[in-house]
Design a protein around this ligand. Structure first.
Ligand code: GLN
Length: 189
């Protein structure tokens, strides 16, 4: 089971290292032909406007939409979650995106003052032990559709991880901590 990692921009190498540690074969996805060789895909954190532009330039938007609609498991972390969302708040009007998951991703939800922070919170499906979450200019998820299950929320109720069928979105970066549980969860999807 080869796990594709979208490698246009952002922290794809950290995902790759984590999967290597778990023992899952990976492939960097940059072109539509790479997509044909993978069974699932991670869209990493980075800058959603840049990744969106590159997706469009490399002709990846439609092939990706088709694969994901056909049930290929996909996981977007941070910028990747923004790219998966059907609606983007605080985005740029010309921001290309996949627009598949029935959520609103509110970009830079923690303001520009607070660049990054870490907290420990439980995640549905990962057991009792809280997960260390690293947030970097992170979005939150709002207006979850009926088919979307929230997996984790902040103390104020804002959702930071959710799943809709074979689509997973996390606003934080599990690839930046040693905890493998979120990656294993994705591999089990
Ligand atoms: N703020 C970034 C964006 O809008 C996301 C940041 C991240 O992926 N760490 O794309």
């Amino acid at each position: 089971m080869t796990v594709g990692i979208l490698a246009l921009q952002g922290d794809f190498r950290e995902h790759e290292e984590m999967l290597r540690r778990i023992g899952a074969p990976t492939l960097q996805v940059r072109l539509p032909k790479h997509l044909e060789q993978v069974e699932r895909l991670i869209i990493p954190g980075g800058e959603s406007t840049t990744i969106g532009k590159l997706l469009s330039m490399y002709g990846l938007i439609e092939p990706l939409r088709t694969r994901i609609r056909d049930g290929m498991p996909v996981w977007g972390t941070c910028a990747g979650a923004i790219l998966l969302a059907q609606r983007i708040a605080n985005g740029r009007s010309d921001q290309p995106s996949l627009g598949l998951m029935d959520v609103t991703a509110r970009r830079n939800a923690f303001g520009s003052q607070l660049e990054s922070f870490e907290i420990d919170l439980p995640v549905l499906g990962l057991g009792d032990e809280p997960l260390r979450m690293v947030f970097i200019r992170a979005p939150v998820l709002e207006d979850l559709g009926h088919d979307v299950t929230p997996l984790a929320h902040l103390d104020d109720g804002r959702v930071v991880a959710a799943r809709q069928g074979t689509m997973l979105a996390t606003c934080f970066h599990p690839e930046l901590t040693p905890d493998e549980r979120m990656h294993r969860y994705f591999l089990d999807m």
